[in-house]
Design a protein around this ligand. Sequence first.
Ligand code: ARG
Length: 367
Amino acid sequence: MPSRIADIKAAHPDNLMARHFNNDYFQSLDPAKQKRLLKVFASGLENPDSQMGAYAMNPDDYDLFAVQLDPMIRDFHAIAAGTPIAQKHDWNTSALACDLSAIDPRLSDVSMRVRVGRNLSTFPLPGAMDKNQRIALENIVVMAFKTLLDDAEFGGRYLSITPGSPHEIDAAEYDQRVSAHQMFKDMSGDRYLNVAGISGDWPYGRGMYVSQREDFLVWVGEEDHLRIMAMQRGGNLNALFARLHGGLQRLQGVLPPFATSPVYGNVTSCPTNLGAGMRASLHMKLPQLTSGGQNLDGLKSEAKALGLAVRGAGGEHSAAGADGLVDISPSARLGVTEMEIMRRLYDGAAKLWEKEVAAGGGEHDDA
Ligand code: ARG
């Protein structure tokens, strides 16, 4: 095993599992713990091009294997060794006005989304669940959604893709929801999730809650037990965050407790999502900065300096659209509050937009 990891480290220096693999620590573990840790690392071992290369299987993996995982987490989130991490939360986002239309009226129609990953403390994380547990989790969550169905603010529908579920939708509706960027893609095609066991028993226990206004959604059974999100068109990030927070609080009141860590805040399958567990993003058209969507490299490095990550509008690992439509989002999840994430997105978007306009761009009829 150590020699295999050394090979990965040499060929893929950005694989954080390989970079930080601690052989002395590994050898000090009893065989049962070694086996557990290898399961956490399975995806990064099978997929040497991984960036993180690890998924937790149980919330307490983060405590139990802290000696090994903490350096990887700090490296990804750029938190120096020795600096204390104590994840703080601040949802008081109305304290700072972040309306993109104040930057430029042309930005009053961008597509905004923000999601948080949450896991129930009463189940293993998705990589370690069996089929019965996946179905049981969906049933518990559906009971909680029942309290929302007729709500004036958050009322909506639950759509299941579990074969035989009373809420089951057909393949055509599933496809339509995927192309509308609401529902998650078929996970069984994802080699990282497959090796981790996260996509196991597909599509059992999977589904989505969608509000009548289609601006509040909850994914069930994806990479985390729950991905709770708000999605709106417009420029007002404060309204978007308030919508998410309102829905999150409603759900929290009717669900078993979420898995949290005193150090890392919200516990997620992937160590890249710990902390606020939040990903907030904007779909912006930046054709000048991406050579008409042909090349994201320059934009990626400009965005990185602003603490933002760039991807195509079609999700993780996708390319930009021909119109230069890209997804920008603050990279930091851990050690930053929700309020700070919103501020970084707003400030970063303002700077990128300024550059786009200076380069001769600035049309924004976001479709
Ligand atoms: N496991 C993959 C890697 O290590 C994905 C990491 C981040 N993405 C995610 N969806 N969690 O590169």
